[in-house]
Design a protein around this ligand. Structure first.
Ligand SMILES: O=C(O)[C@H](O)[C@@H](O)[C@H](O)[C@H](O)COP(=O)(O)O
Length: 264
């Protein structure tokens, strides 16, 4: 059996955030070495806030260069997005903007951010197809690459075990050819969304989940002990040691799965 997902558990977000920062920066450096940019996909939920806590902290003074977020080299994509205007309260773009992008220091270089094209909001298939074209333009043509390879996907885990907008038992989990797919019956509102598909998620160089709070402990037990075909478990199985979970102790209380001390 291949190596399994890494589970890193911390006392709380304050101790999780510096480790997440170190992890993201190591993925950034690997991306820069590979192709001169850092291609990262992010989801919504609580992730942008935790990410901001991790990445907006000043670099440690003893290792300034190695601890630097090189924003100007980042290309940010959305792992999933709701079919709403970009300033809507349900928009993952709006959330990332408010939590992170608007808080970047004025003199910092800015990342290239790829939101959905709102002219297609009324047609979620077209919205997904157009977002796929955004990926095609960034990752080279679909003809030359079977699947895009993100340097890192930063994902959340829903209380039902969903990730991105891939929900338990949904037919979208069986998608094998599209890179980006529409969903019109999301059990979590709003119903109309687009999402990266499971093959794309599993093809990423690295996947990091961030899950905190005691409300997650039931689903974490199911994901790590049984799997049950839950979307998060399918990512664990598809990515193995390329997958790392950053959680707090409350989220994994009583979960039988080996924790690792965090190291790069
Ligand atoms: O658009 C969405 O609904 C989010 O991208 C979703 O996939 C989120 O990441 C999880 O629901 C976890 O959310 P929390 O981090 O808030 O628990």
């Amino acid at each position: 059996m291949g190596k399994q997902a890494n589970l890193y558990s911390f006392s709380g977000v304050d101790t999780l955030a510096p480790a997440l920062r170190a992890y993201v920066i190591s993925c950034q450096e690997a991306g820069l070495a590979r192709h001169g940019v850092f291609k990262v996909g992010v989801s919504g939920g609580s992730l942008p806030k935790t990410l901001a806590q991790a990445l907006l902290a000043p670099p440690s003074s003893d290792n300034n260069e190695a601890d630097t977020v090189k924003w100007g080299k980042w290309e940010i994509f959305f792992a999933d997005e709701r079919a709403v205007p970009l300033d809507h309260q349900d928009s993952n773009y709006a959330l990332l903007k408010a939590e992170l992008l608007d808080k970047l220091p004025a003199d910092a270089e800015k990342p290239a951010v790829h939101p959905i094209d709102i002219q297609y909001l009324d047609d979620t298939q077209e919205l997904a197809d157009q977002y796929e074209q955004t990926l095609v333009r960034s990752f080279a043509s679909r003809d030359s690459v079977k699947l895009p390879i993100f340097d890192l996907l930063l994902l959340g885990c829903g209380p039902d075990g969903h990730t991105c907008s891939l929900f338990p038992g949904h037919e979208l989990l069986r998608e094998t050819s599209a890179w980006v797919a529409p969903i019109e019956d999301s059990p979590k509102p709003p119903p109309k969304r687009i999402t990266l598909t499971l093959p794309v998620v599993n093809h990423s160089v690295r996947v990091a989940f961030v899950a905190t709070g005691g409300g997650k402990k039931g689903i974490m037990k199911e994901i790590f002990e049984e799997g049950n075909g839950l979307p998060c478990a399918l990512v664990n199985e598809g990515t193995g040691e390329r997958c790392s979970w950053f959680v707090d102790n409350a989220a994994v209380e009583g979960v039988s799965y080996p924790r690792r001390p965090f190291s790069l």
